[in-house]
Write a protein that binds this ligand. Structure first.
Ligand SMILES: Nc1ncnc2c1ncn2[C@@H]1O[C@H](COP(=O)(O)OP(=O)(O)O)[C@@H](O)[C@H]1O
Ligand SMILES: [Mg+2]
Length: 320
């Protein structure tokens, strides 16, 4: 079973608004409300891809109740710690004419120390039955930036792969815990590494840098695919760099949560025992497939399989 952890769960409202313009009145042509937050999106995509998954994390107030009820209605197994403060609502406006998207994200709830302790206890318990744990998304305010490293230590099982998909500061704070895998988009990787990537070679150097900072594997992704720094052999310390490429889609409906679908594709494939080339193909295909559908982490598995065949994977020279 794959366990996803979302400290900043949200109720995600996605509105499709043709010709969206600030300062104007609009009518949404399509609206959708789904539970969200990165770990939740990853759980949804994993479930769509047929993998056993449980979503945990923090959920508070009426919004928290709505998050849990919606997940349950979708058939996504979940076990959240209830907190006193209100979980956030996020709103995304996608414009099908310009293909631009505007996101408005509320601040997350404040979390009491006692609530974090409850989460650690729940995590330690659920992790006993997990084969992979995914720590994903931003941290609520007041939670220290090294909290993912604290959680990894709390889980305390060397044989349990820990995955981190988080924005810059939370990702940086997690690296000393030597996560099994990190999956930043190019922008997040640049932020952690400290320089912009001008070309593929820079991205390869960046993926290597993430590994020198502690990650055992790194997938640095964007709309063209990903650069992956992975162990050359299972359990070994030597690593190789692979590049996976797909044609950039021009028929995008929404990219919200497509990086979460990307990671889910990789994990689903790895969980099923595929080799790393196949896992990278499924990752890139899953990210690309999710852009065709409204809703974070929503993917059509048939679309993923079809697109995976179009992903070219090749080994490239190490960056440095
Ligand atoms: N036009 C596109 N064609 C193919 N894949 C895309 C396209 N746009 C986005 N993607 C996929 O979505 C990912 C976006 O990831 P990310 O920025 O991490 O989003 P989020 O964190 O919201 O899930 C890209 O790295 C890629 O895998
Ligand atoms: Mg992402």
């Amino acid at each position: 079973m794959i366990l996803t952890v979302t400290l900043n769960a949200a109720l995600d409202r996605t509105l499709s608004v043709p010709n969206f313009q600030a300062g104007r009145n609009h009518r949404a042509s399509e609206a959708m409300t789904l539970s969200g937050g990165k770990g939740v999106n990853i759980a949804r995509a994993l479930r769509n891809l047929g993998q056993p998954v449980i979503a945990t994390g923090l959920a508070g107030g009426r919004t928290g109740t709505a998050i849990i009820e919606q997940l349950t209605a979708e058939g996504i197994l979940n076990d959240f710690v209830r907190i006193a403060d209100e979980s956030r609502t996020s709103t995304a406006v996608v414009d099908p004419t310009s293909m631009q998207q505007t996101e408005i994200n509320e601040y997350g709830p404040s979390v009491a120390d006692a609530e974090l302790v409850l989460l650690m206890e729940k995590l330690a318990y659920l992790a006993k039955g997990a084969d992979i744990v995914v720590l994903a998304g931003s941290l609520p305010r007041d939670v220290p930036t090294d909290f993912y490293a604290v959680l990894a230590a709390e889980i305390g099982r060397d044989d349990l792969p820990i995955v981190v998909d988080a924005p810059g500061p939370a990702l940086r704070g997690a690296l000393p815990a030597e996560p099994w895998l990190v999956s930043p988009n190019v922008r997040e990787a640049e932020e952690v590494v400290g320089n912009e990537f001008a070309d593929d070679e820079d991205a390869a150097v960046g993926a290597e840098a993430l590994c020198s900072l502690g990650a055992r594997s790194a997938l640095v992704h964007d709309e063209r695919g990903c650069v992956a720094r992975l162990p050359a052999a299972d359990g070994g310390t030597e690593r190789i760099t692979l590049q996976a490429r797909i044609g950039v889609r021009t028929d995008v409906v929404s990219t919200v949560g497509s990086g979460d679908a990307f990671l889910a594709g990789y994990l689903a494939s790895t969980y099923e025992g595929d080799d790393r080339e196949a896992a990278l193909q499924r990752a890139v295909a899953s990210g690309a497939a999710s852009t065709a559908l409204l809703g974070a982490g929503v993917v059509d598995p048939a679309d993923v399989s079809a697109l995976a065949r179009q992903v070219a994977v090749e080994e490239v020279a190490a960056g440095a």
